[in-house]
Design a protein around this ligand. Structure first.
Ligand SMILES: [Zn+2]
Length: 117
């Protein structure tokens, strides 16, 4: 059975979109569908929680600080941060042995697709 394809403005280079997860507020998002990059950022609830926490901290946070704020293990947080880094949603600065993570507000997901944080 063939589905009728709807003509819709395309969000980004890829045509594949994903439904917006229920935990992402949709008041700001004009589209109900997310591009693959944005889905990678918010597709897991705890990953989106990391985004929201970093969104409130202008000076950034270390993995340890994020771990304290969320009831997740450090490896899980690191895994989420790696995924966020892979789509440029966070930036990392080295401070001695510590790494400070900051939300990249200019990232495509926040600037173009308007994911709220
Ligand atoms: Zn997007």
């Amino acid at each position: 059975m063939k589905k009728k394809t709807q003509k819709k403005p395309i969000l980004s280079k890829s045509q594949k979109t994903y439904p917006r997860p229920s935990w992402v507020p949709d008041s700001i998002l004009s589209e109900k569908e997310l591009c693959p990059d944005c889905f990678k950022v918010v597709g897991e609830r705890s990953r989106y929680n990391v985004v929201c926490i970093l969104g409130k901290e202008k000076d950034g946070l270390t993995v340890t600080e994020i771990t304290k704020k969320l009831s997740l293990t450090q490896p899980t947080i690191s895994h989420h941060l790696n995924a966020l880094q892979s789509v440029d949603a966070v930036t990392v600065t080295k401070n001695g042995t510590e790494r400070i993570f900051k939300l990249n507000r200019e990232a495509h997901c926040f600037e173009e697709c308007k994911i709220p944080y």
